[in-house]
Design a binder for this molecule. Structure first.
Ligand code: HEM
Length: 201
């Protein structure tokens, strides 16, 4: 794995990459409204892919130890921050979309979306604020792990609901995402082989 692609550079690079993709979509779209709608969906998908990498990082290392799974396991905190960055861009875009007119505002600010989506942003904020060694020490290993486990399962459920409710729009496309989410959960929960020693950790 590229040596420079670690730590804060990785988290920043992932966020900048998502911003660059967003700018590309907005520039190429026939209108700002259409561009914003596409970019909101795109950033939800980049968030989901980054989230799944973090969600499966330990299971991937346990099952398929290798250069990529080792790198991912070591960098999972920064990939997680990249996911948070991508989701912040998602929030910026749906707020921008809502400002385009009353129709768009009604589409974005649905009460259920605000309640469930908003609580997920609070969960995400809590996870980001505690994704450092000081917070880990302050909370203690057991409490920190409980908080992060509940948090990531909450976000997983939110992604499943968000993709699942779009099945009637495009069954084939959205069932792919649903299957990916379910497969990630199976991979995470399936009993793992004996832990592999990571000499470089
Ligand atoms: C107040 C909070 C939120 C609002 C207002 C919001 C708004 C939106 C909007 C307007 C769309 C596009 C809808 C469409 O064109 O069909 C969307 C798509 C999506 N959002 Fe969010 N969102 C919120 C939070 C979240 C959270 C917390 C997650 C996941 C943890 C999430 C995941 C998704 C997914 C997976 C999609 C579908 C992308 C696709 O069509 O492929 N959203 N959101």
């Amino acid at each position: 794995m590229a040596k420079g692609l670690t730590g804060a550079y990785l988290a920043g690079g992932l966020t900048l990459g998502v911003m660059a993709l967003t700018a590309g979509v907005l520039l190429l779209a026939p209108s700002l409204g259409q561009g914003l709608e596409s970019a909101v969906r795109l950033t939800a998908r980049t968030s989901l892919l980054l989230f799944l990498l973090v969600f499966c990082s330990s299971a991937l290392w346990a099952r398929w130890p290798g250069a990529f799974s080792r790198w991912l396991r070591q960098q999972r905190r920064y990939v997680a921050l990249g996911f948070a960055g991508s989701h912040l861009v998602h929030a910026g875009l749906f707020t921008w979309l809502a400002s385009q007119g009353p129709l768009q505002a009604a589409e974005v600010w649905q009460p259920a979306m605000i309640l469930v989506g908003g609580s997920s942003y609070l969960v995400l904020l809590l996870l980001v604020l505690t994704s450092n060694n000081a917070a880990q020490r302050w909370l203690g290993a057991a409490r920190w792990q409980r908080l992060h486990r509940i948090g990531v399962y909450w976000l997983w459920a939110q992604f499943l609901i968000s993709m699942g409710k779009r099945l009637p729009v495009d069954g084939l496309f959205y069932s792919g995402w649903v299957v990916l989410l379910l497969a990630a959960m199976v991979l995470r929960l399936w009993p793992r082989p004996a832990p592999v020693r990571d000499a470089s950790a």
